[in-house]
Design a protein around this ligand. Sequence first.
Ligand SMILES: NCc1[nH]cc(CCC(=O)O)c1CC(=O)O
Length: 319
Amino acid sequence: MSTKALRLGTRRSKLAMAQSGQVADAVSQVTGRPVELVEITTYGDTSREHLAQIGGTGVFVTALRDALLRGEVDFAVHSLKDLPTGQPEGLVLAAVPEREDPRDVLVARDALKFTDLPRGARIGTGSPRRMAQLNAYARGHGLDIETVPIRGNVDTRIGYVRDGELDAVVLAAAGLNRMGRGDEVTDFLSVDTVLPAPGQGALAIECAAHQADLIAALGELDDPFTRAAVTAERSLLAALEAGCSAPVGALADLLADGQIVKEMRLRGVVGTTDGSRTVQLSTTGPVPETYDRAMALGRELAAEMLAQGAAGLMGERAL
Ligand SMILES: NCc1[nH]cc(CCC(=O)O)c1CC(=O)O
């Protein structure tokens, strides 16, 4: 096999550089080849307003994918939760490595926990999914909080807490951990309170479909259980016909009896951002032996959620 360097296309953000760097090391290990990072800059990297207008992370994913399709880079690393559910022609997910902590976390002033926030506390998050679930929990437990829409990278968000503008912000544990900033977490939100975004905490390693040798080599980094879980979660998202900015949470995990794994459970939630209405359901089935089975589990849960009115709770932003 060649000893030529593999080119890893990456965004320039601190989070992207951290996760690309970690995957680069792992790929070097399994391929015996050096990996060089190739920074792909898009207009979205330099203009906040522009990014808000054109809608989130899609622009970055598209730029990385274009570079892959043009053969300018050999592979790319994405946060799975930022990937649209449809797989584009000519590209494959060569590996989904073992998932990091999928939970959302609070970074609050004075080391506060979620349930200890004072009345009227202002919690920053730009995610309709996080707003819906935080507000639903608050309504059900007599908490008085205000969710405040914010945008920006991890530094910007935590900055709102440091400068006293907000009492807390909600972020993903995985991103903070990968950036070596896990010590800034003041509370881990139980998935019983806030279900994460489909695919949260997992990475996707993508390359061109014709690169058979590379796909086989990258495949060593694949974790089949993580892939089955995120496949079910993303199938649910797709079957709800919701995008990655919709108020949809989902998490698949294994139910074990002692050491023996019995079943896979898939939980899903949809809600209005004010938390006044939610549809939250769960289903369990045999641990899927094929990805088609994992997809079926997602579709089945989506059908039950739609039957309970899920579609009517997602329309706030779309249309
Ligand atoms: N929406 C931005 C984004 N995309 C991926 C992560 C990190 C977590 C992950 O990889 O799932 C984050 C930051 C966050 O939500 O706090």
